[in-house]
Design a protein around this ligand. Sequence first.
Ligand code: ADP
Ligand code: MG
Length: 251
Amino acid sequence: MTLLEVQRVTKKFGGVVANRDISFTFAEGQIMGLIGPNGAGKSTLFNMISAIFPPSSGQIFFKGRKISHLTPPEIAKLGISRTFQNLQVFKNMTVIENVMVGQHTQGKAGMLSAALRLPSAKKEEQRLHEKAMEYLAFVGLEDVCEVRAGHLALGQLRLLELARALATEPELLLLDEIAAGLNHKETKEMAQLISKIRDMGISVFVVEHDMDLVMSICDRIIVLDQGEKIAEGIPREVQTNERVVRAYLGA
Ligand code: ADP
Ligand code: MG
C-alpha cells in the first residue's frame, strides 16, 4: 500500500527554489533513503511532510489523505514523527522527561485532566511512563533515564531523539541525519536500530550522508540535487546512476 505520496511539490524561499516539482510514492513497510549534496533540499522536503511549512505548490498525501494544509500537531496525530538535523533535546530535563514531552504533544493525556489531577490523568501518565521506558530500553538508554539530557554524549543524544520520535508511535518516521557526528561503531548500531524499526512495521524515511549506512539499510533511495529529483531506485541502481555520480563529484 502507498503510505506517502508527494505530487509535484515545489518550495521557494524568495529566489531560491529549494524543491522543484518533486514527485514520488513511498510504499508502506520500507526504509526509503533521501540523499543528495548539501543544500539539495532534503530537509526542506521533510519540513513540508511534517508541516513545518507548506509547499509553494503541489500536494502531499498520507494514506490517501491530503496533508499539505495541516499543522505539525495534526501531522503527529496522524502518525508521522520526525527527528531534526539540529538536536532538539531539552538539556535541563531528564532523558525520560524528554521522551514524555514528545508524547504529550500527541495530546492523548489531555492537558485539562492533567491540570485537575484527575485519576484518569494519573493512569495516562503511568501508561506514558511505561511506554517511554520501553522505547528507552529499545535504543539502549534505560540506564540513563534519570540523567539530565545535558550530560549525555552525542551518540546518546541521537538515540534519545530516536526514542522520543518512536514514543509517539508513528507509522512513518522521518530521520534527518540521525547518524551525523557518530563514530563508526555508533553508526553501525544506528543502522541496526533503523532496520529493527522497519521490521516492527514502521516505515522509515532517512536523510543520511553516510553512504555505507544508506546503501546497506535502504529498500529504495531518492536522490535530490539542487532541489530536483535526479534519480530514484534500489540502492544498486542509484549507486551506478551517472547523474548521481556527477552530482556527488560536483561535475
Ligand atoms: P539539505 O537538507 O539537502 O542540505 P535544505 O533543504 O536545508 O538542504 O536547503 C535547500 C535550500 O533551501 C538551501 O539553499 C537553503 O539555504 C534553502 N532553505 C532551506 N530552508 C530555508 C528557510 N527556512 N528559509 C530560507 N531558505 C531556506
Ligand atoms: Mg538538511
